[in-house]
Ligand binder design. Structure first.
Ligand SMILES: Nc1ncnc2c1ncn2[C@@H]1O[C@H](COP(=O)(O)OP(=O)(O)O)[C@@H](O)[C@H]1O
Ligand SMILES: [Mg+2]
Length: 227
């Protein structure tokens, strides 16, 4: 379970303080798939970076499985990220000179999996997201955008995270491919009981998730389907 309480994040900017997140509170159950919508600048990426402990909130708490990650040391934040979180980004962020297989194997290495288990597990993960044996041996530049995003999802799943944070994962894809990527995430949230928070601009896609949060000027204005 993930509980966010009175979360704020402010940035000092030349024109005055920016309240990127302004008193945000919500709870998500394990295995729920939530979409986050909102205009550019509304605080979506800031929220995901707080949940992923990539940055520290100004105030408030984020409790994941009974630990308040808003108040961890930098070292413990790193452990939390590597054990609990999988990230998926709009630009895939794959390492260009490694094959698809090697990209996933590297994540397994960071996660501490013994060397000899990495290749079979990476191949299995890539199979699961629909990347075949031939594609697994290609570098990212030899894969389509949709295929690259599948590889990045396999990488996000590598260390069996309890939460996947996806920031506009379909932002660079055509809407048909984007729907398939969301279907894939949806199936994963069901089969692995993974909690997923995904930012999207596609209302069709958002409508199919378990709940939708709407951010506006750093506040959550809609929160259907839950408390
Ligand atoms: N590192 C930063 N320094 C200053 N302002 C920031 C920083 N990151 C985000 N902001 C500001 O916080 C607000 C929310 O940004 P962001 O979370 O990126 O929005 P979104 O992802 O919804 O487009 C914006 O006004 C943005 O300019
Ligand atoms: Mg953003």
């Amino acid at each position: 379970m993930l509980t966010v309480t009175h979360l704020t994040k402010s940035y000092a900017a030349p024109g005055g303080t920016v309240h990127a997140l302004d008193d945000v509170s919500f709870t998500i159950q394990s295995g729920e798939f939530a979409s986050i919508i909102g205009k550019s600048g509304s605080g979506k990426s800031t929220l995901l970076s707080m949940l992923g402990a990539l940055d520290t909130p100004t105030s408030g708490s984020i409790v994941v499985d009974e630990t308040d990650i808003a108040h961890l040391s930098a070292h413990k934040q790193t452990i939390y990220r590597s054990k609990k979180i999988g990230f998926v980004f709009q630009h895939y962020n794959l390492i260009p000179n490694l094959t698809a297989l090697e990209n996933v194997m590297l994540a397994l290495e960071f996660g501490g999996l013994p060397a000899r288990q990495r290749r079979p597990r990476a191949a299995h993960l890539l199979d699961e997201v629909g990347i075949d044996a031939d594609q697994q041996l290609r570098k990212p530049s030899k894969l389509s955008g949709g295929q690259q995003q599948r590889v990045s999802i396999a990488r996000a799943l590598a260390n069996r995270p309890s939460i996947i944070l996806a920031d506009e994962p379909t932002g660079n894809l055509d809407s048909e491919t984007g729907k398939k990527i969301f279907d894939l995430l949806h199936n994963l949230s069901r089969s692995e009981s993974t909690t997923i928070l995904a930012v999207t601009h596609d209302m069709d896609i958002a409508g199919k998730t378990d709940r939708t949060f709407t951010l506006r000027d750093g506040k959550i204005t809609t929160n259907n389907g839950g408390v």
